[in-house]
Design a binder for this molecule. Structure first.
Ligand code: FES
Length: 238
């Protein structure tokens, strides 16, 4: 495989010239320069899947909105991170996430520590723009320490990537299609019966919502440790 040489590139974000390296994404370089772009599925330290589309930006010359977390920077490109079009699309994306499952914050253990909730406050999204589907999934509370509630899941797959890439356990996967997709353990066994799960809890720490949570903790006590992965990745090199 021929590796492309990493080069310094200059491009514009919101009209301001910034520089980054050719192997970096728009999101990485923007954040390095203090420009915030909202994300949900993105998790620093693991691979990017670009599935939630919260980080969409406008790139001059493209009719489509592009996810900043997967778009590599290019010399001379012009990026807009916020506009009425972007905001309208982010609102629709959040609305669809809310409507697909049950995200009643007042009865969720992650209330106050939920990224879906905080993104909707920041936008702001006052109400869902699409009707609720009121889907009901079975909750897996078989594990002695943790619970998997698919009703709160936004299918960001952070748990899968952390389990594969950081813990190396490959215990979590996806089953079903479309609206019925859900997180499973091993071959869709109860979490307690999973032979691959090491019970490390990393998947629970990085879950952006209350889909994966620790047992016997109250809403007040829930503290997600999403930055733990970055610390683990940095410490690997030491
Ligand atoms: Fe970029 Fe999810 S954060 S697509």
């Amino acid at each position: 495989m021929i590796r492309e040489k990493v080069r310094v590139k200059t491009f514009k974000v919101n009209g301001v010239d910034i520089t980054g390296q050719s192997n970096q994404t728009v999101l990485e370089v923007a954040r390095e320069h203090g420009i915030e772009i909202p994300t949900l599925c993105y998790l620093e330290g693991v691979s990017c899947v670009g599935s939630c589309r919260m980080c969409i930006v406008e790139i001059k010359g493209s009719h489509e909105l592009i996810p900043a977390c997967t778009a590599k920077i290019k010399e001379g490109m012009e990026v807009i991170t916020n506009s009425p079009k972007i905001e309208a699309n982010r609102k629709m994306i959040l609305s669809m996430l809310f409507s697909e499952r049950s995200h009643t914050c007042s009865t969720c253990v992650a209330n106050g520590d939920c990224e879906l909730q905080s993104k909707s406050v920041e936008l702001p999204l006052e109400h869902s723009q699409v009707p609720y589907l009121n889907q009901r999934f079975e909750i897996d509370a078989s594990h002695k320490n943790f619970v998997n509630d698919p009703n709160r899941c936004i299918l960001c797959t952070r748990c899968i990537r952390v389990c594969d890439e950081i813990e190396g356990a490959y215990a979590i996967g996806l089953a079903g299609r479309g609206l019925n997709t859900r997180i499973i353990h091993d071959m869709d066994e109860p979490w307690a019966d999973s032979k691959s799960c090491t019970s490390c809890g990393k998947c629970v720490y990085v879950c952006p919502t209350g889909a994966l949570y620790e047992k016997d903790v109250t809403e007040e006590e829930v503290v997600k440790k999403r930055e733990i992965i970055l610390e683990l990745v940095k410490n690997r090199g030491k």
